[in-house]
Design a protein around this ligand. Structure first.
Ligand code: FES
Ligand code: FES
Length: 215
């Protein structure tokens, strides 16, 4: 039986048929004329280890370029206002709401979407440990928020490792925990993932899945 693509966040995603070689997108549709470049610019977006050279409208968000131009539909559009976290991706290792990021400003940045998580730990066929934990813990229902939850949790774990404070752990307590800069109990995980909403209310299982990967 195949893996549940609600947990991997890759429902509807087609793997590239060309084996991942750099892509030119939008070249013919948007010629680099002076007039066109007044509102559009050539950029290189580095997504999941692959460079995409394309022309983007200065008003386009990273989320829309991912979904509409690059066929990477894992990141979801929930609110389109930075409120729900469904569109979360990693930019240079930091989590970010892609609905708030101008695509033109992401030139040469390293972007990871949910499609890039599987295989990222060395084995190209293996799910990311957090994706596996989401499956094991049944940490989703409809799965719409799941790609954002996964990317956000991975970014959050790196932040905690680096000692970033949160409302649940005052800065003065960060270095006093025996197991790291920020001990990730359930309250701490909830607080640090509070920017990612789940309309299905799968929160208890999401927290358990995150706990599984930090044990
Ligand atoms: S769609 Fe980006 S935060 Fe909701
Ligand atoms: S699993 Fe449905 S919104 Fe979270």
């Amino acid at each position: 039986m195949g893996t549940d693509d609600r947990a991997t966040g890759t429902a509807g995603h087609r793997p590239p048929a060309d084996g991942g070689r750099p892509r030119e997108v939008g070249g013919e549709a948007a010629e680099d004329t002076e007039e066109a470049l007044a509102i559009r610019s050539r950029v290189t977006l580095r997504i999941n280890g692959r460079a995409h050279s394309l022309t983007v409208d200065h008003r386009a968000t990273l989320l829309d370029v991912l979904r509409e131009d690059l066929d990477l539909t894992g990141a979801k559009k929930g609110c389109d206002h930075g409120q729900c976290g469904a569109c979360t991706v990693l930019v240079d290792g930091r989590r970010a709401n892609s609905c708030l990021l101008p695509a033109v400003a992401q030139d040469d940045r390293e972007i990871v979407t949910v499609e890039g998580l599987a295989g990222s730990e060395g084995d190209p066929d293996a799910l990311h440990p957090l994706q596996r934990a989401f499956l094991d813990r049944d940490a989703f229902q409809c799965g719409y928020c799941t790609p954002g939850q996964l990317c956000s949790a991975i970014g959050m774990l790196a932040e905690a490792e680096a000692g970033h404070p949160s409302a649940a752990t005052p800065p003065q307590e960060l270095c006093t925990h025996p197991n790291g800069p920020a001990a990730l109990g359930r309250d701490e995980i909830r607080e640090r993932l509070s920017g990612n909403l789940c309309r299905c209310g799968a929160y208890p299982h999401i927290v358990s899945a995150v706990e599984d990967v930090i044990r």
